[in-house]
Design a protein around this ligand. Structure first.
Ligand SMILES: [Zn+2]
Length: 237
């Protein structure tokens, strides 16, 4: 039995799969990985992206934040790939209970997934920092400079910036999902980003599967380790 067949068997025998995904899930949809060598960090800006995408920078250099954000963070032409689609299908079949993602692109929902914990938020949601009014991503794209609410407040993406805490209810929902899963599939993440990566320690289920191109700190705990592109893997089960 090869790895793909083993994965298919685990999936078939599972009733509450949780998928925990990272940037690698979206790179196959053409969205660059922040931390990969050919990702955003190697590109030329006045500040490193990690600085620009921080709370301090947003508060102090909001216009420069949005110049970068509009140019690099909004990949709205991206389409769900085979991994997104298969996960949505497994949820419909009642085999998958939740997707937990570190991505902010909304592609799981675009594929049809309903229970999605977005640990780092979503570029598709934006809120006035003064009155809380919602603005969609089109409003951000169509505005110039710093997007403002009709009340005069600054509109901020519902994205967890560096220095900012994760949303409590999102984290507790994700923890509960992991704690009650029979199978945890970790995909497209090297588990380097905390506190998000720390959530997987709540897993108490039977089958831990890791699908990633690079080694992770959890490899030694995995029942099945697949070192292939995640869209490719999910298109074959
Ligand atoms: Zn407002």
């Amino acid at each position: 039995m090869d790895n793909i067949e083993k994965l298919a068997e685990i999936v078939n025998n599972s009733h509450s799969i949780v998928f925990f995904g990272g940037a690698g899930v979206s790179t196959e949809s053409g969205i660059p990985d922040f931390r990969s060598v050919d990702g955003l960090y190697s590109q030329q800006w006045d500040y490193p992206p990690e600085t620009i995408l921080s709370h301090t920078f947003f508060m102090s250099k909001t216009e420069e934040f949005y110049r970068f954000y509009r140019a690099k963070m909004l990949c709205l032409d991206a389409k769900p790939n085979a991994a997104h689609l298969k996960l949505a299908q497994l949820e419909k079949e009642g085999k998958l209970s939740a997707v937990i993602t570190q991505n902010i692109d909304g592609l799981h929902q675009a594929a049809g997934s309903r229970k999605v914990y977005e640990l780092h938020g979503s570029v598709l949601r934006n809120y006035c920092t003064k009155c809380g009014k919602f603005y969609d991503v089109r409003y951000i794209i169509d505005s110039e400079g710093v997007p403002k609410c009709e009340c005069g407040g600054i509109v901020k993406p519902d994205v967890v910036l560096y220095e900012e805490a994760l949303d409590d209810s999102t984290v507790s929902g994700a923890v509960n999902a992991i704690a009650s899963a029979d199978t945890l599939i970790i995909g497209g993440t090297s588990l380097n980003v905390y506190p998000a990566a720390g959530l997987i320690r709540y897993f108490r289920g039977e089958h831990l599967v890791i699908i990633n191109m690079a080694p992770t700190q959890m490899d030694k705990n995995a029942e099945l380790l697949i070192c292939e592109r995640i869209g490719e893997v999910f298109s074959r089960i």
